[in-house]
Design a protein around this ligand. Structure first.
Ligand SMILES: [Zn+2]
Ligand SMILES: [Zn+2]
Length: 205
């Protein structure tokens, strides 16, 4: 089961996959911590893992708070481990007038991919918004971070972004969504989309 948890203000959407393992995806900014923690604790008692779809501040800013509170490691694409560790300009904390507090334990997704597969979570590398952006498939749903929104796509002009890669990634996601007959797109911001999101996305890229 996936729960969509709402962020406040400009915060990213967070998602909770509750099942054999409870996995929190994109906890958002520190100001969101209490609000989000309360929503999580109404559903599950504990979290096993936090996955970031990419290293942007509005998605990873409160990693360190949830890491402490639930005593869990953070997972991110291998190519963004260093950015998150250093809180460098690729995290775009400057866009939010904030300083990123990095989490202590960061695991590259390559190390846990097989384990995640076993509990029904597929990880897809979808560069374009950032070099290490990932999307996830669980049940008949796709979690797309800032790669694909219900009514558009993420920016490709920020550090490590690429329009060409974004286009390829959207096409890749569309192929997978059709193959697996997925029904819902759970994006990093805004409302839930459907397969029509791919056609709308193509108008922007
Ligand atoms: Zn975002
Ligand atoms: Zn982003």
């Amino acid at each position: 089961m996936i729960y969509k948890l709402n962020g406040m203000y400009y915060d990213a959407n967070s998602y909770l996959i509750a099942g054999k393992k409870n996995i929190l995806i994109d906890p958002g900014t520190p100001g969101n911590f209490e609000f989000l923690k309360n929503q999580i604790e109404e559903i599950v008692k504990d979290i096993d893992l936090i996955i970031n779809t990419h290293c942007h501040y509005d998605h990873v800013g409160s990693d360190y708070l949830f890491e402490d509170y639930f005593d869990v490691p953070i997972v991110i694409h291998d190519s963004e481990v260093e950015h998150l560790k250093k809180g460098d300009d690729v995290t775009v904390s400057w866009l939010f007038n904030a300083n990123l507090n990095p989490p202590r334990e960061i695991i590259p997704i390559g190390e846990v991919k097989d384990e995640l597969n076993k509990i029904g979570i597929e990880i897809i590398h979808t560069p374009g918004h950032t070099k290490g952006s990932i999307s996830l498939v669980f049940e008949d749903k796709m979690i797309t971070g800032d790669t694909l929104f219900a009514y558009g796509v993420g920016r490709w002009d920020l550090p490590t972004g690429s329009l060409i890669e974004l286009r390829t990634s959207i096409e890749k996601l569309e192929r997978i969504a059709n193959q697996k007959e997925l029904t819902q797109i759970y994006p990093g911001h805004g409302e839930v989309g459907d397969l029509g999101s791919f056609d709308r996305a193509k108008m922007f890229i």
